[in-house]
Design a protein. Structure first.
Length: 281
């Protein structure tokens, strides 16, 4: 090979290598760019989806409903029946408060009912009382139809509500639970009706346990949901929703926290978030 030929060949080879290199770099750059755009579009898609979910959440009205009454009247079971669709297999005394929520559709609009299942036992309530009563939209008073004492306690619960500025200006309902225990009824409906009339609230007798009463439990809470929606009180969406990743269209049991021992005396408090409330009337 002549030196000039060799030089040309070398040059060609170098050019070829450079071209190869150029091609591979270009291809990689293009590939990376393409990959980037794929990644970007995925990220963008994810962002759009989450934005859509957040805006859907923003649109939804959230109502805080507290469920109160003596210990063992069935507050947990009633809220579980409504939010979880069944009677819980096992329950223990509520410590502080448990939250359950469910999104329901009223007149074509989704609203979220956030049920605060409060502890009936005084020792499990103390530290939580001020949180229960903040920004409440509705109250469900529960008594046990087989326990007259739980019915006689109702004035105490109503007084506690009033002391915490929950008057009859917000929807309130009275629920006599355990009506499946027909043989043991100690509070008849007449008594309950008189009491309810006096306090300007409707009364319902039902059973969280009896499956045939499930529709009735549903109807009770849906009646309340209608009242709430028509009252036009608004709350911002629950921060719980983002935390749980719930898409907001299903029923959800946020937490079921119970004491594991009857001797437990403290520590049963969630950290309920702070909410603002305003009226859109
Ligand atoms: N027969 C019958 N038993 C029920 C019904 N609802 C609840 N119970 C039982 O009553 C007991 C107390 O129920 P809970 O729902 O834990 O009562 P609670 O009012 O939440 O009690 P605290 O958490 O202490 O305030 C449990 O043994 C339940 O199985 C009902 O409708 N019928």
């Amino acid at each position: 090979m002549l030196p000039t030929q060799y030089l040309v060949y070398k040059l060609q080879l170098t050019n070829y290598t450079a071209y190869e290199l150029y091609c591979s770099v270009t291809t990689k750059v293009e590939y990376k760019a393409q990959l980037g755009s794929i990644k970007m579009s995925k990220a963008a898609r994810r962002k759009t989806t989450s934005q859509m979910m957040v805006s859907r959440e923003k649109e939804k009205q959230v109502f805080k409903i507290i469920v109160i009454g003596d210990s063992s009247v069935g507050k947990t079971c009633l809220t579980y029946r409504f939010c979880g669709g069944m009677f819980p297999a096992k329950t223990e005394a509520t410590i502080g408060v448990d939250f359950r929520e469910r999104t329901v559709e009223i007149e074509g609009e989704e609203i979220k009912l956030q049920l605060w299942d409060t502890a009936g036992q005084e020792r499990f309530r103390k530290s939580m009382v001020q949180h229960y009563y903040r920004n409440v939209h509705a109250v469900v008073f529960v008594y046990d139809v087989t326990k007259i004492a739980s019915f006689e306690s109702l004035p105490h619960w109503i007084k506690e509500c009033e002391e915490n500025r929950l008057t009859d200006s917000i929807p309130r309902i009275l629920v006599g639970n355990k009506c499946d225990c027909k043989e043991q009824v100690a509070v008849n409906l007449n008594m309950a009706q008189k009491f309810a009339d006096f306090h300007s609230m409707p009364v319902f007798e039902t059973s969280a346990k009896d499956d045939s009463e499930a529709d009735h439990v549903e109807a009770i809470f849906m009646t309340l949901a209608h009242k709430l929606k028509n009252s036009k009180l608004l709350m911002p969406p629950s921060p719980h929703k983002q935390a749980t990743g719930d898409n907001g269209t299903s029923n959800s049991i946020i937490s079921v926290r119970k004491s594991h021992s009857a001797h437990k005396s403290s520590g049963g408090t969630h950290s309920p978030y702070e909410e603002e409330v305003w009226c859109a009337c």
